[in-house]
Design a protein around this ligand. Sequence first.
Ligand code: FAD
Ligand code: NAI
Length: 491
Amino acid sequence: FAYFSLFSIVGVSSYITYCLYKELNPKPQTAKSVIHENGSKRKNIVILGSGWGAVTLLKHLDTSEYNVTIVSPRNYFLFTPLLPSTPVGTVELKSIIEPIRSITRSTKSQVDYLEAECTDVDPHSKRIHIVSNANNYEMDLEYDYLVVGVGAQPNTFGIPGVMEHASFLKEIPDAQQIKSKILYNIEKAASLHEDDPLRKSLLNFVIVGGGPTGVEFAAELRDYVDQDLNKWMPSISKEINIVLVEALPNILNMFDKKLFNYAQDLMMKNKIDLKLKTMVKNVDGNIITAKIGEKIEEIPYGLLVWATGNGCRPITQNLMSKIPEIQNSRRGLLINKKLELLGAEDSIYALGDCTFHPGLFPTAQVAHQEGEYLGEVFHKKFLIDQLQYTSKQNNGANAELIKKNDFKIKKLQSKIKDFEYKNQGALCYIGSDEALADLAIGESKLRLSGGGLTFLFWQSAYLAMCLSVRSRMLVAFDWVKLHFVGRDSSV
Ligand code: FAD
Ligand code: NAI
């Protein structure tokens, strides 16, 4: 047994070291070019975004077959599933980001990255306009294929005051803002007399939206208050009130009833004030106004985190406005089963949260599978283009070759199947080292709730989902560190 353990440890460590070495020392890339070796045009693919959909596509694309350009204002990939852990310091922000440069550097052929925002798409002339605020330039880019993976922005439903007063939890700056607000409120409250009403209000942390983002953040906040703040500021920690507001009768509606009931019971046990059937209607500087049935209730807050789902980004609306008679859904870009944009099927693809397709949810899992699928589609399209090119070059001289090519082309076209989403289930952290897991294994469902084992499964699944060995190591290290020295929430 001792030998077996020793060999296993040495084997696993060597493998990890090898993978890390390979990741940090990428092979030289082949250069971009206007034409392929046989003289055919090398087509341009422009990918908008550096999130789940775009980056997965890039990882599955044979970049020697196309000239690939990535345009995104965010120069890193963000591992969103662990974002709710960051404002309280359970996981460090640096651990869950992956520089886009290291991703573009590890592809087979050179990929260009432009740190810019796409502000206009013209599907008719196949051009986009991009603006870089960071680097102070703007320009037009031409594409043969455009892949839109711009994600979504927080939805405020036009509720007055949300934009001005609430914090969101979608990007790194959001997490940083929440962290500094928590610290500010705690220190400010500590400087006030115990009877001061402002002290109570500052320590009222309200989260609106009982979807997985709101629930996971409420759970992380509770853990931080009970496990860390309680040690250093015991009286303040007892005064902190965490409120989770949800318009529907339950939180986590995408989970099975047994699971969301389990989560609700645990949250109530952990003294999270659950306000169900409570629809927020207005937000001002320190009070939210909500409707509970016919009753109106005012809830004071010191920190307000708004997590009520997704809305379309301006660039998504811009693209819809170019094909208004077909792109008429307010929920996202309409695509067909091959992820082609309706109205621009020959040249534009869209994936992830910026799209709306019945049965496909705005999750990382969907965007990831769509990215994998598009990588395959582009490879087959390349092979078809090459066959068409050789037939055209042959100019009718060899009828047999053209017939053979036509046959191969038809076969390849038939191999471009519709996208099929394979639901692998859902996971959600609910606090006190407990998680929900609603897993789909083949046709059967496995429902796990609570307990140390589900939590371990949740941790292992998220580690496996991390994009790189580096990120996996950093997240694992953060979790081990948490065990020994607690959360680092000082800055
Ligand atoms: P994103 O990943 O959001 O990427 C969009 C990209 O487009 C970004 O790089 C952005 O900078 C860029 N962009 C924006 N505007 C422009 C523009 N004009 N031009 C060019 N680029 C632009 N899903 C799960 O399945 N499991 C989870 O555990 C999970 N946890 C989550 C936790 C949180 C806190 C959040 C907010 C979401 C979570 N999700 C989870 C959902 C998941 O993150 C999204 O479904 C996923 O990120 C969608 O991928 P995407 O590529 O469509 O968009
Ligand atoms: P969501 O759309 O899942 O949930 C938003 C919640 O806010 C809903 O329950 C809705 O009823 C509520 N709401 C809306 N308006 C309200 C109002 N005015 N007052 C009170 N409540 C209101 O949004 P969320 O959590 O931001 O998630 C977005 C997407 O990301 C989802 O598809 C989700 O599945 C995915 N995600 C998945 C995670 C996971 O799998 N662990 C974690 C986080 C997000």
